[in-house]
Write a protein that binds this ligand. Structure first.
Ligand code: SF4
Ligand code: SF4
Ligand code: SF4
Length: 251
């Protein structure tokens, strides 16, 4: 059974998804020395440890080519780190957790571990209600008009939309003027309630709560209609580390 967690631990962990400067584990151990001072990105499903990933990835772009949601991008030279390696920007297009995980199957180098065979095997990170004060459900506000503009614009921009993207747009329609639970409604894994559910909040509204079934795909962050997503995914962080390790995030 999914473990109940407290989503308000965020005050103890003050790093952002895209700006983390070295993840710190209990006892002050640096989570990955290789990442210190580097941008910590969401890697595609099955990505091995970051240092190994950078060594193994041959930058062939096979994972990107088979992704039916156009979720994967290649890091550009301007970043100066992991140039040409694949990553996912959940603010633009998250991973929609295809059941057969074709990106992993396509990877010829071992950078994406073929042991990741289905959606539930994916472990990209963990979702966190980072900004509860902006969450529409906490504020008891309805989903605003134009909430789907970003997804519509992205799908239009790829020019060769796939059947999966057409289905996604259908699923993401019709939420306007309804109480917001988009992060829960759009969670793509086969058993979404093992990852996230709406629960009562102290404000008298509701809020999303994260459970250990979360795979860190970033869809909740992608679909959150607040101008800066209220919910974000911490790349390469596990449920246990974030929610159960009381020393996590303390230097
Ligand atoms: S699981 Fe599917 S949506 Fe996610 S990155 Fe792989 S191919 Fe793309
Ligand atoms: S809670 Fe968010 S990050 Fe976790 S599996 Fe669901 S959509 Fe993905
Ligand atoms: S999508 Fe989830 S986190 Fe974002 S405003 Fe709606 S209920 Fe809150």
């Amino acid at each position: 059974m999914a473990k109940k967690v407290k989503t308000d631990r965020r005050e103890f962990v003050k790093y952002s998804t895209l700006g983390v400067l070295g993840l710190v584990l209990g006892g002050g151990i640096v989570f990955s020395p290789y990442l210190k001072g580097k941008e910590n990105k969401l890697r595609p499903p099955g990505a091995v440890a970051e240092k190994d990933f950078l060594a193994l990835c041959i930058k062939c772009g096979q994972c990107l080519q088979v992704c039916p949601y156009h979720s994967i991008k290649l890091n550009d030279i301007a970043k100066g780190y992991g140039e040409g390696t694949p990553y996912i920007d959940a603010n633009v297009r998250a991973c929609f957790a295809c059941n057969a995980v074709p990106c992993v199957l396509a990877c010829p180098s071992g950078a994406l571990d073929h042991k990741t065979e289905k959606a539930e095997d994916i472990k990209m990170g963990i979702a966190v209600l980072e900004f509860p004060d902006t969450c529409l459900a906490v504020k008891k506000e309805l989903v605003p008009k134009g909430y789907d503009n970003k997804m519509l614009a992205f799908t239009k921009s790829v020019r060769n939309e796939t059947p999966e993207e057409v289905e996604l747009l259908k699923k993401f329609s019709g939420f306007e003027d309804k109480p917001c639970s988009l992060c829960v409604d759009m969670c793509p894994i086969p058993n979404p309630l093992s990852a996230i559910a709406m629960v009562p909040s102290a404000s008298g509204g509701r809020k999303p709560e994260i459970y250990d079934g979360c795979i860190g795909c970033g869809v909740c962050q992608d679909v959150c209609p607040t101008s800066k997503p209220s919910i974000v995914v911490k790349p390469r962080v596990t449920y246990e580390e974030y929610y159960n390790d009381k020393s996590y995030g303390k230097v």
